[in-house]
Design a protein around this ligand. Structure first.
Ligand SMILES: Cc1cc2nc3c(=O)[nH]c(=O)nc-3n(C[C@H](O)[C@H](O)[C@H](O)COP(=O)(O)OP(=O)(O)OC[C@H]3O[C@@H](n4cnc5c(N)ncnc54)[C@H](O)[C@@H]3O)c2cc1C
Length: 400
């Protein structure tokens, strides 16, 4: 680090969070409410208010119980209006024929629900509302880092608006294309699954159900995820070509195509309300930490969204890291110290690797050759009858 530059900095913050998405904002809220001086650097603007009766956005996430607990602990959960969240109490997964399936019920685990489906923008907005209550968190919007200069006691971060910030710890939460990861010279392993997912918001004929439904087909999964009222979010995987064709249909033609491709028992659709498609890709940072830097969320890992666990994994990074940092802060220890960061990486990388392996297995089993698919389907049927195994799978998925 340039000494003259270092001397020019007088205010050393505790932490700088790069990226104010859901994961970065959760980290900022957790550290801010523990009393640390935090700067949140966000490339975009602050999230806008969302009216209770606004149309549902296409990007939604299933928050598991562990994620929900984190949002409660950082004080953001009360800002998520009831009208914008949908609890789910059943999870159903099957092979393409639906003859072999597995069902999980929250009541089997004596839980009121498994979690909630909430729009990403609502989660992010709730976190930023909480941040606004924390005077020791400052936000720097419409800017991002151009230089990362680690030192022995603190790190300097230069922003593209000319500001220079210094902190004991920098947290990289700037998503899949993380700039801070690049500045720190951390490489990634990328995987292209060669699929796209069409996300479609629909108005259903039936009233809202509390079932998260998924069917694995050789072309990739189909899912129907509940939203409040007579609304649902459909996920339809396919080849890039098939997905482009579906995406080009007008709303009514797409509605008919869905009714043909999805099982009738899910109920009819009144209307298609919106759609968008995403490439299915994986990305994993080769390391999660560098001196005085930790990566969290999609900056560290992007997983196949087929089981809707990406954000849950990211929020668990946030929970693990902030717990370690807060403990060190209260004990007046170095919150960006090497052993703290190494402990974080040791705890979180295996969790991500296990999740990547599980998603990869699901993907390959159900899109693979016929014998493999039959074995996968048989596995679902067997799993449905094994109570102990089911409970274990569920507890893991719920982050319990
Ligand atoms: C189709 C699809 C469906 C999904 N469904 C689910 C689901 O059901 N459940 C689930 O758990 N996960 C799901 N995921 C995954 C989930 O959306 C992501 O894991 C999650 O959004 C990651 O959050 P993040 O805060 O780490 O990153 P992001 O949401 O990408 O946020 C990054 C933030 O950093 C900011 N930023 C970017 N660059 C810079 C920069 N240079 N400087 C400053 N700021 C910057 C961005 O503006 C943004 O605010 C899904 C993903 C996809 C693609």
């Amino acid at each position: 680090m340039d000494d003259a530059m270092d001397d020019a900095m007088d205010d050393t913050l505790d932490a700088i969070i790069v990226g104010g998405g859901m994961v970065g904002a959760a980290v900022a809220a957790a550290l801010g409410q523990a009393g640390m001086a935090v700067a949140l650097v966000e490339g975009d603007g602050p999230p806008e208010a969302i009216a209770d009766d606004a149309p549902f956005d296409l990007r939604i996430s299933s928050l598991n119980l562990a994620s929900q607990q984190l949002l409660e602990e950082v004080g953001a959960w009360p800002f998520i209006p009831e009208a914008r969240r949908c609890p789910f109490r059943h999870i159903e997964a099957s092979d393409e024929t639906e003859r072999r399936h597995v069902h999980f019920g929250a009541a089997d685990l004596e839980l009121p629900d498994f979690g909630h489906f909430v729009e990403n923008r609502v989660i992010r907005r709730a976190l930023w509302q909480r941040l606004a209550e924390l005077p020791n968190v400052t936000t720097h919007c419409h800017t991002g880092p151009v230089a990362w200069l680690p030192g022995s006691h603190r790190t300097l971060l230069e922003l593209d608006n000319g500001r220079l910030l210094a902190a004991r710890l920098v947290v990289g939460a700037d998503g899949a294309g993380s700039r801070i990861r690049e500045l720190a010279g951390i490489a990634t392993r990328d995987e292209d699954y060669g699929l796209r997912a069409l996300i479609i918001n629909v108005r259903t004929c039936l009233p809202q159900q509390d079932v998260s439904w998924q069917r694995f087909t050789p072309d990739g999964p189909q899912a129907m995820l509940p939203l409040p009222g007579q609304h649902a979010s459909l996920v339809w995987y396919g080849s890039p070509e098939d997905t482009a064709e579906r995406e080009a249909l007008d709303h009514e033609a797409l509605r008919q195509a869905i009714e043909q491709a999805f099982p009738q028992r899910l109920g009819g659709l009144e209307a298609v309300l919106g759609r968008a498609s995403f490439a299915i890709r994986g990305r994993h940072a080769e390391r999660y930490v560098r001196p005085r830097l930790a990566l969290v969320g999609d900056a560290a890992h992007v997983i196949n969204p087929l089981a809707g666990q990406g954000l849950n994994l990211g929020l668990q990074d946030a929970a693990d890291l902030t717990e370690r940092v807060t403990a060190a802060f209260w004990e007046s220890q170095d919150i960006g110290g090497q052993s703290l960061l190494a402990g974080y990486a040791r705890a979180r990388r295996p969790q991500t690797l296990a999740m990547i392996a599980a998603m990869s297995t699901l993907h390959h089993v159900f899109t693979g050759a016929a014998p493999l698919r039959q074995a996968g389907a048989a596995g679902l049927a067997v799993a449905d009858r094994l109570d102990a195994a089911k409970r274990q799978v569920m507890r893991r998925a719920l982050g319990l």
